[in-house]
Design a protein around this ligand. Sequence first.
Ligand SMILES: Cc1cc2nc3c(=O)[nH]c(=O)nc-3n(C[C@H](O)[C@H](O)[C@H](O)COP(=O)(O)OP(=O)(O)OC[C@H]3O[C@@H](n4cnc5c(N)ncnc54)[C@H](O)[C@@H]3O)c2cc1C
Length: 191
Amino acid sequence: MSDKAQEGNITTIRSLFFNENGKLCIPCGAFESFKYLKARTMERYGTYKSQPAISNQQNTITAPVMLPPQDLIPGSRTYQKEDPPDVQKLGADSWTFLHAMAAKYPDKPTDVQKQDMSEFLKLFSHVYPCHWCATDFEKYIREYSPRVESKEELSRWMCEAHNKVNVKLGKPKFDCNFWKQRWHDGWDENQ
Ligand SMILES: Cc1cc2nc3c(=O)[nH]c(=O)nc-3n(C[C@H](O)[C@H](O)[C@H](O)COP(=O)(O)OP(=O)(O)OC[C@H]3O[C@@H](n4cnc5c(N)ncnc54)[C@H](O)[C@@H]3O)c2cc1C
């Protein structure tokens, strides 16, 4: 690939990862692309720093899907016939959302942001579409109020809430000291 084409590629990918304030936003793009961007930037400049957003472009890159017509929703060329989410899929996707939301929470939230987050979690626990999961999560929130003082506090609270469910389901606990690598920064090669 020519230098110019490569630079264009990096620029396009970079624009997917920074919000309108030029802040890094990993959940805005595909993590593989983020790793590619980081590696290419390190290779070229020997360092990796946040760059201002190039545009407000959304993550619209899609690979062509080549599926037999019987696997697709009638009339669609891309949407696969998928089943409704079960407790596992719903759970994994919801935890992804909850941890990513906590990782994106401000380090120093305003009073309004703190109140919004507390209320959101309470409402989330009321409407979560698996009723026994919702009942236990509601109870957990009543016993252990969400810690909304900072990103670190909220992310650790979320990790502990998730661990409560892990234990209930007989799964191992996740080491909450690694919340940041899992949900914010990604892992170094040697971790
Ligand atoms: C609020 C809520 C309540 C739930 N209650 C129930 C229930 O009562 N009964 C039930 O059967 N299922 C429940 N679930 C679903 C359940 O927690 C799992 O999501 C589901 O079993 C799928 O598990 P998984 O192995 O895919 O990984 P998940 O537990 O979904 O975890 C996804 C990923 O998160 C990371 N992770 C794991 N633990 C932590 C942690 N503590 N902190 C940070 N990251 C972590 C890991 O990388 C893991 O691969 C609930 C889900 C939610 C969101």
